[in-house]
Design a binder for this molecule. Structure first.
Ligand code: GDP
Ligand code: ZN
Length: 446
């Protein structure tokens, strides 16, 4: 069992490999023991970087000229005593320091995410904040960073905590009523439940659930599918937007048979752009499968680029874009002698040439605006994970059951399940099984 263990853990907390600086972190009851074995006789002042000549104390071999910091628990990241060594980032230095730490009695190498896991166990952060930390470390775009930082700072936790507390208060009232009623009275209609408050919380939860998945969109990237007939230039457009040859361009129709996904950062938002097989009637089994996948990519997308050939009357595929926002794109504008801005024959759209690059920046702008409106930067904390969505859904279902339930004993039972569902999000109740899944996403040293 990992948690509550009295072992002291250590790990390299910066990426492995050569670098300017490497940070080795030590946490646990005996963290300070790491100082004398590295030739440091005095514990540095709390949270002050102190210069020290590190050596292998056993035989006085010099190791590095380093900075050392001490973060006494409980006011540290993990809640335990923490010592940090800021070394020069060479492998020989890192290896020497880790070897010496490994020889300390009660010390062992940390497992993935173990520092954060200890922070959770010591009540320094809750699960939602820990997930915010994973997201922050992995953030690649500005929108992802802002959202993750908010989550790490507790705005989402505060929302879930608030609901849980209100429901727990309701549960307490109902249970109080049960304690004071006679055996026969349990069927009584008025259980002490504050229906008005229940309605308000339900409303807030529904709003949170029906936010157009904006939090998940920011976190996972907006899905954009390019669909159209074979040879209209879908793969060329993907490459133009990606700025590299990600998909094969060919004038042999039916070349793209499977979807190609490219991750882009467009104006600070994460985008997953999907090139799909051209839509046409085909006898080829593999191509048919490709077409099936195009249609499925289009139906999962947040935005669909419907592509046609400029000046051709074949036009834009009439497919069901489900809930996705369509943008009509007319390609190969360079082939047409007369260019009218804003479109071609049947449907207005954006004219581009994937070959010359004309119109690509206008398309990027239209995409950026649409992406911004979908991932609207509202102040309200957004739902960021399927795990949270499921739990809030289940809380809503239990609350609705509670509202319908005439029997106060059963009503209390439903409320208790709703409280537990919310508690699982932040990590207040039986989360053992969850922990491994959540902390697995961390690397060693986090
Ligand atoms: P896809 O089947 O829709 O993916 O189309 P491709 O991107 O493979 O392009 C099909 C053919 O059209 C290739 O020969 C491309 O070079 C050509 N093509 C693509 N975009 C343009 C364009 O803007 N102008 C011209 N003239 N040719 C293009
Ligand atoms: Zn293609």
């Amino acid at each position: 069992m990992l948690d509550g263990s009295k072992e002291t853990i250590y790990a390299l907390s910066t990426p492995a490999g050569r670098g300017g600086v490497a940070v080795v972190r030590v946490s646990g009851p005996d963290a300070k023991m790491s100082l004398p074995v590295l030739g440091i006789s005095d514990v540095p002042k709390p949270r002050v970087a102190t210069r020290a000549a590190l050596k292998r104390a056993a035989d006085d071999t010099p190791i590095d000229d380093a900075l050392v910091l001490s973060f006494p628990g409980p006011a540290s990241f993990t809640g335990e005593d923490v010592i940090e060594f800021h070394l020069h980032g060479g492998m020989a230095i890192i290896d020497a320091v880790q070897a010496i730490l490994g020889d300390c009695p009660g010390f062992r190498l940390a497992q993935a995410g173990e520092f954060t896991r200890r922070a959770f166990w010591n009540g320094k952060i809750d699960l939602v904040e820990a997930e915010g930390l994973v997201d922050l470390i992995e953030a690649e775009t500005e929108a992802q960073r802002i959202q993750a930082l908010r989550q790490l700072k507790g705005s989402l936790s505060a929302l879930y905590n608030g609901w849980q507390k209100q429901l727990a208060d309701q549960l307490a009232l109902v249970e109080l009523g049960l304690d004071f009623s006679d055996e026969g009275d349990v069927e009584e209609a008025d259980s002490g439940l504050d229906r008005q408050m229940m309605e308000t919380i339900l409303q807030e939860m529904q709003t949170h659930l029906n936010d157009g998945r904006r939090g998940e969109i920011v976190r996972n990237g907006i899905k954009v599918a390019i669909v159209g007939a074979p040879n209209v230039g879908k793969s060329s457009l993907l490459n133009a937007l990606a700025g590299r040859d990600a998909a094969i361009v060919s004038d042999v129709a039916g070349t793209t048979r499977d979807r190609v996904d490219v991750h882009l950062n467009l104006g600070g938002q994460a985008l997953v752009l999907t090139d799909t097989a051209g839509l046409r009637d085909s006898e080829d089994v593999i191509e048919q499968e490709g077409i099936r996948r195009s249609l499925s990519a289009a139906s999962e997308a947040d935005i669909v680029l419907l592509m046609g050939e400029y000046g051709s009357d074949d036009g834009i595929p009439a497919i069901d874009t489900a809930g996705a926002e369509p943008i009509v794109v007319w390609n190969k504008a360079d082939l047409s002698p007369v260019q009218t801005s804003g479109g071609s024959c049947s449907r207005p759209g954006i004219s581009i040439s994937a070959r010359t690059g004309d119109g690509i920046s206008a398309l990027e702008e239209a995409l950026t605006n649409l992406v911004r409106s979908l991932a609207l930067q509202s102040e309200a904390p957004a739902l960021t994970r399927a795990r949270h969505r499921e739990a809030v859904h289940s809380a809503v279902a239990r609350m609705e059951e509670a509202m319908r339930e005439p029997d106060a004993v059963l009503l209390a039972e439903h409320l208790r399940s709703a409280v537990a569902a919310l508690g699982r999000i932040i990590g207040k109740v039986d989360v053992e099984d969850l922990l491994d899944r959540i902390f697995r996403d961390f690397c060693i040293g986090k």
